[in-house]
Design a protein around this ligand. Structure first.
Ligand SMILES: C[S@@+](CC[C@H](N)C(=O)[O-])C[C@H]1O[C@@H](n2cnc3c(N)ncnc32)[C@H](O)[C@@H]1O
Length: 605
């Protein structure tokens, strides 16, 4: 057993609710294609993408019906290597060389995950995630852990401890012929390691054959049903029969090139893995409609391959750039699948007329997904730093000896709710427990938070209804820092804005984006500027993609037109024309900027 400083089992994690961020769909008629029975009712059917720390997201999934429901897990966590996972953001266009660097660890900005941990922290981090993943895995579930030579020996000990050594199946070597970096002190590294563990008995779901460079002579084998094994075939004289073979069974060394910079699958994510690798994994260890989870989803390779191979999928990442990249990537695949379905159904209808045969290809497991956020990581700062800032801002008198409350404001006791999530009923239950242990405490309470959930608001109304007039002990008040009239200037975020002209003419819709401004991008460019101030002459340099839903129902954004230039040197068109819905409808235009911020403009025409 591996021991490290501070090793401790995971005794409890608090599961916070998730906030629905958006629903993305490429599905025209919203019909259910697969059997979704057993799918937790807390979620819409379709792919699930979570923005947040996977410790909290996994706890959330466990608390909401996914225990034992996941068939296959692939994870490719940060390597404890100094690599940096921030999506480098640059402007679009030929002159888009002015880099806007990724996110930083300051208030109002986005969390960045650079892996700077010492070994002990890294191991505890991984151990906790593995314990949670084990709970989510079904009784016959499969887990694939992607790592490199710097941590593989420790990771294997961890996996043995959590899943049991008997669950070990293979140490897969991903051998790539092109390499990442140069080094003159050691031999060059041309491989990564993927550990395969499975609960219950593992069986290869599919025999994959891979081409061999030089054809080989191989004895001919045939499956003997009675013996239940392969038999070598011989001629009448008893000599083995040989055949020239141009392929071989997939072994535990996989030859797959790293992604070519020009490849279609390239998502500009520093640690993106090739789709072929995930394709092998999903084909050998999962079947159609299985639930596949990647808790470090990065650019979304696992989700993309799962979508292509008709699996259901759940992805999670702490980096907003990763969530945006994944969403964009999966949506493109879904669009292609929806188009293919439409073509197929007209071909099938035609061939039904011709010869009565149904030639339609297998239908995708889903053509929609939803994005969720567990805790508000856009505003991630250390809790003690948040408490200091908030107390100073509001003028709270600090109480250094109280283990629960942070101080007093006038006659009120004050508690600062951690800024990584909105005030929720879980926090309020904690407050109730604390007050129960202090029966003599009759002061009123002020909770300071960044935002508040509707359910928490209802909880407080109920609580206060019983505390009126002379029995006002422990009435609860809330200061919501984001919107409070008096204290609201705490966080100033100027959202991006767009001016869009939307009109209907002769059965066609015309959409023209006239202007787009992202104060965050402008501000970051200003901060990063050297001697020469970069100028943004064309608003389109700031825009990553544009999507249009011609009949938006206010809830599900169904993309009918998407303008996502493939190369960074290209910009969006900015003016569009598409067929108008027959009746009056709300047209929604979604503009996503190069930092991932979205603007939604709607108009009923
Ligand atoms: C090596 S990359 C994954 C790359 C991915 N396999 C692909 O093909 O694009 C690791 C990812 O884990 C994410 N990450 C790191 N710590 C995390 C955490 N605690 N919770 C969720 N995601 C995390 C990083 O943001 C990064 O996107």
């Amino acid at each position: 057993m591996l021991v490290w400083v501070g090793k401790r089992p995971l005794t409890h994690v608090t599961a916070f609710p998730a906030q629905h961020v958006e629903q993305c769909s490429a599905d025209q008629p919203a019909e259910t294609r697969q059997n979704w029975s057993g799918w937790p009712s807390a979620y819409p059917t379709g792919g699930l993408l979570f923005h947040g720390d996977n410790k909290e997201v996994l706890a959330h999934l466990l608390a909401n019906g996914f225990r034992g429901k996941v068939n296959l897990i692939y994870i490719d966590p940060p390597f404890d290597s100094g690599a940096d996972y921030v999506r480098k953001v640059s402007l679009r266009g030929a002159s888009g060389s002015a880099k806007v660097d990724g996110e930083r660890y300051t208030l109002g900005e986005q969390i960045q995950y650079t892996d700077i941990w010492a070994n002990d922290n890294y191991l505890q981090f991984m151990y906790e995630r593995l314990l949670l993943l084990n709970e989510l895995l079904s009784s016959k579930g499969q887990l694939f852990f992607h790592c490199d030579e710097r941590q593989s020996h420790r990771i294997r000990c961890l996996l043995d401890e959590v899943f049991g050594p008997e669950s070990f199946r293979n140490e897969i070597i991903w051998h790539y012929s092109n390499k990442y970096g140069a080094n003159s002190e050691t031999l060059d590294v041309f491989h990564n390691t993927v550990f395969w563990y499975s609960k219950g008995r593992a069986q290869l779901v599919e025999d994959i054959r891979v081409p061999v460079k030089v054809p080989r002579k191989q004895p001919v084998r045939k499956w003997n049903k009675e013996l239940g094994k392969n038999e070598w075939l011989r001629d009448e004289e008893g000599n083995y029969l040989y055949q020239e073979s141009t392929d071989k069974e997939l072994g535990d060394v996989w030859e797959i090139p790293v992604i070519n910079p020009m490849a279609l699958e390239r998502a500009d994510y520093p640690t993106q893995k090739p789709e072929q690798l995930l394709e092998y994994i999903l084909r050998i260890a999962s079947t159609v409609n299985d639930v596949v989870l990647d808790a470090f989803v990065g650019s979304g390779t696992t989700a993309a391959v799962a979508q292509k191979l008709t699996r259901r999928w759940i992805g999670c990442d702490i980096n907003k750039g990763a969530i945006q990249t994944t969403a964009k990537r999966v949506l493109m695949i879904m669009r292609e699948q929806a188009d293919a379905l439409e073509r197929d159904s007209s071909v099938a209808q035609q061939s039904l007329l011709d010869d009565g045969a149904d030639t339609a290809a297998p239908k995708p497991a889903q053509l929609s997904f939803s994005v969720w956020r567990v805790n508000d990581y856009d505003l991630h700062i250390q809790h003690n730093e948040a408490v200091n800032l908030a107390c100073e801002h509001i003028g709270v008198e600090r109480a250094r000896t109280d283990t629960f409350f942070d101080g007093t404001l006038g006659k009120h006791l004050v508690k600062i709710i951690p800024f990584d999530h909105p005030l929720s009923p879980v926090d309020l239950e904690e407050l109730r427990r604390e007050l129960e242990s202090r029966p003599d405490e009759d002061r009123e309470i002020t909770l300071v938070c960044l935002g508040i959930e509707t359910a928490a608001r209802a909880w407080i109304d109920d609580w206060n209804r019983l505390r009126k007039g002379r029995r006002a002990a422990n009435r609860v008040h809330v200061i919501e820092l984001r919107s409070d009239e008096k204290y609201g200037a705490f966080i100033r975020h100027q959202p991006a804005r767009a001016r869009v002209r939307i009109a209907r003419r002769n059965g066609r819709l015309t959409v023209a984006i006239e202007e787009f401004v992202s104060p965050s991008i402008v501000e970051r460019l200003r901060q990063q500027a050297g001697v020469v101030q970069p100028k943004i002459d064309d608003w389109r340099a700031m825009v990553d993609c544009v999507m249009i839903d011609p009949s938006y129902d206010g809830r599900v954004f169904t993309v009918a037109l998407s303008d996502i230039p493939e190369r960074k040197t290209d910009v969006v068109k900015g003016t569009y024309e598409i067929e108008a819905p027959a009746r009056q409808a709300t047209v929604a235009v979604k503009i996503v900027d190069m930092l991932g911020e979205e603007v939604l403009v709607t108009k009923t025409v």
